[in-house]
Design a binder for this molecule. Structure first.
Ligand code: SAM
Ligand code: SF4
Ligand code: SF4
Length: 357
């Protein structure tokens, strides 16, 4: 990134200081490293059009060969190193994380790491009926489920013709039975595709304890042919929803939270808006990402990462990796969403299913 350009732009909001966790490196904008999004597999059983559109995948050999995936031992070791750098929140994602064989065993090992106090998973929920109870026993703290529409036709249109609303609802039910009473439900809203069904979806989850988060369609990767006209600004949705069910803003529950939270005035629970396009939140971004083959990225929109797998195999001692990651984080100056309007996107951006959402 051009450093002079960065200096000319309005300064980032300053991140709230948290003395209890005030350790580890700070990046060029004084942001600490607190969260790790760990993709455990890039494959998926759905083909959501905004993430992994089937027609763009054909013949490309886009998925990682099994032998290139980090082993469980390598994943656990890496999480331990990130923990020592200040990470205390870990989210397992993908691709579809529930497709990774032995996921519950991996969860159990990460959950045992002292200092990882928030272990979460993002999933399309299709395989939750088989796995929710095991994941709970293994120590998984929280689950986020992605569900874009309750209309079976719209769902299938967005999931690339795979899976069904009923399967996702069964997954949500199974999670509830396993003890996950307060799920986050992620909904990517696309104009002219599922925006008309937002109120239906909210009506379904009002009063359930689950929290729907409406996400602006993002320009991640190169395959989804993102166009700004397809984005429904959160402000527009907020007005619409507020007219039907009055809302009041809630304060963030944690520093660096991606969603702006609102409560229904009538006590039916809460909803969130993730507005990466219209209200970027780079100033509070404390997230690092590691792909299933161990590539480290400091931004969701990065074009290039650092391969950690060779380092993991080269050094039996953690110190060189610790130092390498610390240096990388200290050099970080990513703020893609804040600069989106001002500069062209890198030609090659890593796909969401590879990077991990
Ligand atoms: N397969 C899992 C799932 O769908 O929950 C986990 C991986 S998925 C990449 C993680 C999250 O990224 C999902 O909630 C998905 O809706 C979101 N996502 C994927 N592509 C997106 C895009 N272009 N814009 C906004 N959100 C996106
Ligand atoms: Fe799969 Fe999740 Fe991407 Fe949909 S959003 S294709 S479920 S990885
Ligand atoms: Fe963080 Fe990059 Fe997203 Fe900004 S654009 S919030 S730096 S991941």
């Amino acid at each position: 990134m051009n450093k002079t350009a960065v200096k000319r732009i309005v300064p980032l909001r300053t991140i709230s200081s948290d003395s209890a966790t005030d350790r580890g490196p700070r990046d060029r904008f004084a942001r600490p490293l607190r969260d790790l999004r760990l993709s455990v597999l890039d494959r998926c059983n759905l083909r959501c059009t905004y993430c992994m559109p089937e027609d763009s995948l054909e013949g490309r050999g886009v998925f990682l060969p099994r032998e290139e995936l980090l082993t469980d031992d390598e994943v656990v070791r890496l999480v331990g190193i990130f923990r020592d750098l200040g990470v205390h929140k870990v989210r397992l994602t993908g691709g579809e994380p529930l497709l990774r064989p032995g996921l519950a065993d991996l969860v159990a090992r990460i959950a045992e790491l002292h200092g990882v106090d928030d272990l979460a998973l993002t999933t399309n929920a299709i395989l939750l009926p088989r796995q929710a109870a095991d994941l709970r026993r293994a120590g998984l703290g929280r689950i986020t489920v992605s569900l874009d529409s309750l209309d079976p036709e719209v769902f299938r249109q967005m999931s690339g013709g795979r899976g069904s609303v009923d399967e996702v609802l069964s997954g949500i039910e199974a999670a509830g039975q396993a003890g996950y009473e307060r799920l986050k439900i992620n909904t990517v809203v696309q104009r002219g595709v599922n925006d008309a069904g937002v109120e239906n979806l909210l009506a379904h989850f009002r009063g359930s304890g689950h929290v729907v988060r409406l996400i602006e369609f993002m320009d991640v990767g190169n395959l989804n042919h993102w166009r700004r006209e397809q984005v429904v600004p959160s402000a527009e949705l907020l007005r619409r929803i507020h007219a039907r069910w009055p809302l009041r803003p809630l304060s963030p529950s944690a520093p660096g939270e991606t969603a702006r939270r609102f409560a229904y005035e009538d006590g039916a629970g809460e909803i969130g808006f993730i507005s990466s396009i219209t209200q970027p939140f780079c100033g509070d971004c404390t997230r690092a990402r590691v792909t299933a083959d161990g590539t480290f990225y400091t931004c969701l929109f990065a074009g290039q990462g650092a391969a950690l797998r060779p380092l993991l195999r080269q050094y039996a001692d953690d110190e060189p990796l610790f130092a390498f990651l610390g240096r990388r984080w200290s050099d970080r100056e990513d703020r893609y969403s804040e600069l989106r309007r001002r500069r062209a996107a890198p030609d090659h951006r890593v796909e969401m299913f590879r990077m991990g959402g």
